[in-house]
Structure formats: structure tokens, C-alpha cells
Design a protein around this ligand. Sequence first.
Ligand code: RRO
Length: 317
Amino acid sequence: MSLSTQISNLELDSCLMNASGPLCTTLEQLKNLQNSSSGCIVSKSATLEHRKGNPEPRYWDHDLGSINSMGLPNEGYQYYIDSAKSLTKPYIMSVNGLTLEDTLHIVAQVCQEPSISGMEINLSCPNLIGKGQLAYDLEKMDSYLEAVFHTINSQEDRNKNQIVGVKLPPYFDLHWYPQVTNILKKYPLHFITCVNSIGNGLLVDLENRTTRIRPKDGMGGIGGIYIKPIGLSNVRNFYLEFQKQNVPIQVIGCGGIQSGEDVLEYILCGAQAVQIGTQLYREGVEVFHRIEEEVKEWLQKNNLESIMLLQGKLNTI
Ligand code: RRO
């Protein structure tokens, strides 16, 4: 039973990978991912300089999901470039400069690195105090991507094998999908990741009459089971829109994956691979082996050799 997949020219032994965020900030954590059953390593989103992030408590989790307002704590981009030298699995660096100028500086360095397999440009961090999510402002997103690809294309010694994608926030109204696609298709993107956490949710501790986290009056990105139906619909809608318009961008699914069946649902909706965030934080890197076994068991019961035979094959009832 095979879980292998391919994002453009990047071959992955397994379609399971970590979501940028949980347990991928330090080299020790990246090495744990290296030693796990995941098919690929994704770094925490990197800024120009090291960041401590927002005040604590900034993460809270229960059965239905998580809320976070981490505020981009990370070691600074150079650390994640240097980390690539200790990793042999496919390694995707998540990039989230605090300004366009910062992002362009980071992108110019990353795209020259032979040991980095790809970049995921984060257009959807919900937790930067005083800033909105870039991918909800389509004009800004367009000019941002134009500058990013101009920078990449002007590096003569760039690593042409690197794949480039964007991490998107969830969209809720159907009219957004063709509009966002019209922008994405202008650029040589290999993948999009759908979805980042649902921004600015609020979880309440009734007993203590407080918010669960401190930053932004308790508002934070919601992940886990709460968001699975939204993640699935975003994957499905982009997959169908890309097919309709003949756009060769692949979709990585993310949001509320806890089991093999969740993975299979995302693949049916059109995902080419999936990312695990909240459940990775709970369970540690063993989550990849457990879920891989659950997927294999299901494939065996259903007489399927490869998970990719199901890709996009969802029927409307
Ligand atoms: O660090 C964060 O607060 C964070 C980021 Br950059 C993101 O993209 N998504 C999220 O839920 N948290």
C-alpha cells in the first residue's frame, strides 16, 4: 500500500507532513520530524530576525481543537537555511517576512540553497498585532506575489528544482475561489496549502470568566476538528476551480486531520498531500506512523494499491 505522492517534481515517500507551526521551530524538532514517518519537513514560518512572539498564555487546546496567537516566534531565517544541512528528507521552508522587503530578502537567499526543496510563502498569519491577513486583500496579494517571483527569477544562480507555494487562509464565500485563482494563475506556483487557522476566533474559560489566551483580547487562530469542514471545502473548491481553468497548481490540505480517514477525505477532495498541525502538537511525531498505518489499513480493505488512486474522486450525492 503506497502513500507516496509528488508535488510538481518533488517526490515524497508519504503524502503526510507537518503543518508549519507546531514542533518545527528548533533544529531538535526538525530532526525529530526527519526521524519520523512524515514524507517532508516544513519549518516554522521564518522572519528576518529571531522573534520571541506574543505574550503567554498563547496556545490552548481541547478535544474539538486549538486556539493560538503565537505571534511568529522563530529563530530567524538564517537558522532555517542552516538547518537544511542537517536534514536529508525533502525540506520546505516557510517564509513570512514582517514586510514585503523582508520577505524578498529571505526569498532571495532561500532560492539559492541547493539543500532546500521548496518554499511555502505564508500569506495568512492571523496573529500579527495590528495587521490583517494578506490573502484577504487580493490587490495586495497580487503585487506581493509579483515582487516575490520577480525576485526569484532575477537570482541567476537560483535552485531551479525548488518548488514554491503559498499558505492561504480559509475562504468562506464561493465567489472568492475564481477571484483568488485569477491571481494565483499569473505566477509559476507549484502548490497552495489550504488552510491556515481560522483567524480571530475566541474560546472562553467559563469557570474563571477569562479568555483562554492573552494576546489580542483572547482572539486567535482556530485549528483542529472545528475547522475540518472548512479545510475540506477550500481544498475541494480550489481543486475544482483549477481543473475548470486548467491551472497546474496542486493543493495541499490542512485542517483538523486526526486519523487516516481524515487524510483520505482530503485526498478525495483533491489534495495532493496533507499537513497535520494541532494533532501533531498533541501526539508528537509518532502521529505520522499511526495515521500512515490507519490509511494503509483502509486501502487494503478497499483493495487499493495507492492513496493517489482516490485523488479528487469525490462524487456529489
Ligand atoms: O505564529 C503564529 O501566530 C501563527 C502563524 Br505565523 C500562522 O500562520 N498561523 C497561526 O495559526 N499562527
